[in-house]
Design a protein around this ligand. Structure first.
Ligand code: SF4
Length: 392
């Protein structure tokens, strides 16, 4: 009898076509071992196959030259190396790449590769859609559809890594991924289990070799999940998307704030620092005339003074169809000066890939419309109201 091959577990809501072959990175180790045992293959083949994809850049089973020829044929009959594929690939003059990725169930996500100063940073998605509903973000417009599987998380890293030049001798261009920021579509802490598993595999020397200290996970702030994340035992960094210095304004920008509130989020972030010794970064999208007034700068300084915190200011760039404005230079400078005067470390995030820049999730929506694959029509989604409540 054949070992049963998983068709993406129902818990995640995955709706893979029954004809599609499962991506081998999503096949549980025990299942893959059983499949190999039926073919009288040693268990070490599991590690060989994964190493070929993750470390050796194999994109077909046939290219896995350390496996017997017949096994490669049978693997190709049963599985795909990657279950997802690139639907759209944009790249900018500065070597920033943006991918719209079509998953095995036809849903789409975005992933970005940023290359500078010898670093190659992958920005990956963790969910299809997002339940957090930040007002400036297209990813959350239709709510959350499902969590990405561990394999789908790894596949994004593999696709972005495959865009780096393995033979690079340019000191500005790393020959592999050096950093990961989990800041794409979705709320990462709402998919923490799969994410930690994927990052652990990615961190292995037979995986992608990305050290934990080079991984940053961003959240709108789910206090219970921040505490759980702190218990991972790894040296990952935490970034909290603050975007406003008081509850009234933050709830207007990040609606789920009404169920959590800034105090609970900051308390959980403080605990994260105490437990891990890792400084917390606070992300602040600066929306002209909305959250960049002098009183906001003072309130922000008041919140963070005395905390082991760093602030990343992200000036908004005008996006067609959205009512937010780029901040005036003087207002941005005032926030910087006020924070520094109060001893809070602050930086303005550099824009990369400006030609392909867009608000989060906009490219994916555009591609969906163009390809007539609107998630909302095929698979109606709902805003995830549960997560923040459960997480307080
Ligand atoms: S900014 Fe992030 S958390 Fe907010 S809706 Fe977009 S994807 Fe979700």
């Amino acid at each position: 009898m054949s070992a049963t091959l998983p068709i993406i577990d129902s818990e995640t809501g995955g709706l893979r076509s029954p004809l599609a072959k499962p991506g081998i990175l999503d096949v549980p180790t025990d299942t893959l071992r059983a499949w190999l045992a039926e073919r009288r293959q040693p268990l070490m083949r599991v590690g060989q196959i994964r190493k070929q994809i993750l470390a050796n850049r194999a994109t077909t089973f046939d290219a896995m030259s350390d496996l017997p020829k017949q096994l490669r044929v049978e693997l190709a009959d049963a599985f795909s190396v990657l279950s997802a594929r690139v639907e759209r690939h944009l790249f900018a003059k500065d070597d920033t790449h943006k991918l719209v990725i079509r998953l095995g169930d036809d849903r789409m996500i975005e992933a970005v590769l940023i290359q500078d100063d010898g670093r190659a940073t992958a920005c990956i998605s963790t969910q299809v859609g997002c339940g957090m509903g930040c007002v400036f973000c297209a990813s959350g417009l239709n709510g959350v559809v499902r969590n990405l599987t561990t394999g789908e998380l790894l596949e994004q890293l593999v696709m972005l890594r495959n865009l780096t030049d393995a033979n690079s001798t340019n000191p500005d261009r790393a020959p592999r991924l050096t950093n990961v920021v989990v800041m794409g579509m979705g709320e990462p802490l709402a998919n923490l289990e799969n994410l930690l598993e994927a990052l652990s595999i990615a961190g292995d020397k037979n995986g992608l070799g990305i050290g934990a200290r080079h991984v940053t996970i961003s959240t709108v702030g789910l206090p219970a999940k921040i505490r759980k994340f702190a218990e991972s035992g790894k040296q990952y960094s935490l970034a909290v998307s603050l975007h406003a210095p008081n509850d009234e304004l933050r709830t207007r920008i990040v609606p789920t704030n009404d169920k959590t509130g800034l105090d609970a989020i900051l308390a959980a972030a403080d605990e994260f620092y105490e437990k891990t010794g890792r400084q917390v970064t606070y992300e602040y999208v600066v929306l002209g005339g909305l959250n960049d007034l002098p009183q906001h700068a003072r309130q922000l300084a008041g919140l963070l003074t005395g905390r082991k915190a760093h602030v990343n200011l992200i000036p908004w760039n005008d996006v067609e169809g959205l009512p937010y404005k780029r901040p005036q230079d003087a207002d941005l400078q005032n926030i910087i000066d006020t924070l520094r005067k109060n001893g809070v470390s602050v930086k303005v995030r550099k824009r990369k890939g400006s030609e392909i820049d867009a608000a989060c999730g906009q490219l994916r929506r555009k591609v969906e419309v163009e390809t007539n694959h609107r998630d909302t029509e095929r698979f109606p989604a709902q805003r995830d109201e549960r997560e923040p409540k459960e997480s307080i």
